[in-house]
Design a protein around this ligand. Structure first.
Ligand code: HEC
Ligand code: HEC
Length: 314
């Protein structure tokens, strides 16, 4: 366990304040008119980003309890859903500001888009099944049952956050902004390494292992045994590039060039991480079945190393 140098603590404090994670900025959010949650349900054109109801609008009583439980699981998954988590991450490490932030696959953007057909498993997935996927891959864990208390709480939290949003519509700010997002030149490992050293290592560590204080992540790891596994969406370069471009460096989203975002995404996704749980004993066969895309480096050789051949062990 490393201790957090004073300067980093300051950076974190500044970053957290400006990202809207603290009680004080939650007040700011609560002060906005809660138009979206009370407006008539007439589906509005989706020009403006949907505004989820403020935290303070979570109702009292048994429904509110479950919404709060869902929020707790989402923002501190290792504590509140321990049995299902195989790494140090929380859902909100990738779905920022407790799942509220536009362009980081916010829950309000996801809720109305499910059930949805997914190529990844070749069938229609409910929202619960989609969340199970994030447990299995992003959290490198195992999925809670669809009718478990954990899953009910997560779905209830998502439902609450999407209150007033139209159903079956891709809202502005939903998902990661991947559409038409291409790099001018093919992503490059060596350039990505430089972008990383300059823009990311301060928080995520030059070894990519993040920083922990008292056994808890202050900055989450980007590869290695405590990171997302080889089956996770974030291991695909296009997903990672879109997430990074919109959201990283933390609190300074949209400051990297498109090229830098793609290069650093490629660099990050060219490191070992826990094995894909669908691995069948043969790397090239597993690549052919599940990773047959230029966006996945799994089973390919980068920098003299065959990725997936010596997966990190938690
Ligand atoms: C390592 C990063 C990471 C973590 C941790 C993570 N996710 Fe995700 N999640 C993703 C990515 C990547 C996607 C795909 C987004 C896309 O395709 O635009 C995604 C998609 C989703 C979606 C669908 C979003 C949509 O708009 O269709 C939901 C719901 C979701 N995650 C819930 C969760 C929950 C619940 C947890 C915690 C148990 C979690 N995620 C943890 C990266 C992560
Ligand atoms: C100021 C500190 C800081 C800097 C600089 C920074 N990050 Fe992050 N990063 C964070 C924090 C904090 C989170 C988790 C966000 C949360 O939980 O709200 C995060 C989350 C992530 C995640 C998703 C979670 C995971 O561990 O997989 C990725 C990927 C990521 N950062 C990549 C990068 C990249 C690439 C750069 C450089 C371009 C970068 N970050 C720069 C602080 C930082």
């Amino acid at each position: 366990m490393k201790s957090l140098p004073g300067a980093l603590a300051l950076i974190l404090a500044a970053a957290v304040v400006s990202s809207g994670c603290t009680p004080s900025s939650a007040d700011t959010v609560a002060a906005q008119p809660a138009a979206a949650s009370t407006a008539a349900p007439a589906p509005a054109p989706m020009a403006a980003s949907f505004v989820p109801p403020p935290e303070a609008a979570i109702p009292a009583g048994p429904l509110g309890e479950v919404i709060r439980q869902g929020r707790a699981i989402f923002t501190d998954t290792p504590t509140h859903a321990r049995a299902y988590v195989g790494n140090d991450l929380s859902c909100s490490n990738c779905h920022l500001d407790a799942g509220r932030q536009a362009n980081s696959a916010p829950l309000w953007g996801a809720y109305g888009l499910y059930p949805q057909y997914r190529k990844k498993n070749g069938r229609v997935n409910t929202l619960g099944e989609r969340m199970q996927g994030c447990f299995r891959y992003s959290m490198n864990g195992k999925a809670p049952a669809l009718d478990s208390a954990e899953m009910v709480a997560l779905e209830t939290y998502a439902w609450w956050m999407a209150k007033g949003a139209p159903v079956g519509v891709a809202l502005k700010g939903a998902g990661y902004p991947k559409q038409g997002f291409k790099p001018p030149r093919p992503p490059d490992y060596a350039r990505g390494e430089q972008v990383y050293a300059k823009n990311c290592a301060l928080c995520h560590g030059s070894d990519g292992q993040g920083q922990q204080v008292a056994g808890r992540n202050v900055f989450p790891p980007l590869w290695g045994p405590q990171s997302f596994n080889w089956g996770a969406g974030m291991h695909q370069i296009d997903n990672a590039a879109a997430f990074i471009k919109a959201n990283m460096p933390f609190s300074r989203g949209d400051t990297l060039s498109a090229q830098d975002a793609w290069d650093v995404a490629m660099f990050m996704d060219a490191h070992e991480r826990p094995q894909d749980p669908r691995y069948g004993g043969d790397l090239s066969e597993t690549r052919r079945k599940y990773h047959d895309s230029p966006m996945s480096l799994y089973g390919t050789e980068v920098n003299g190393h065959l990725l997936g051949s010596s997966p990190a062990r938690p």
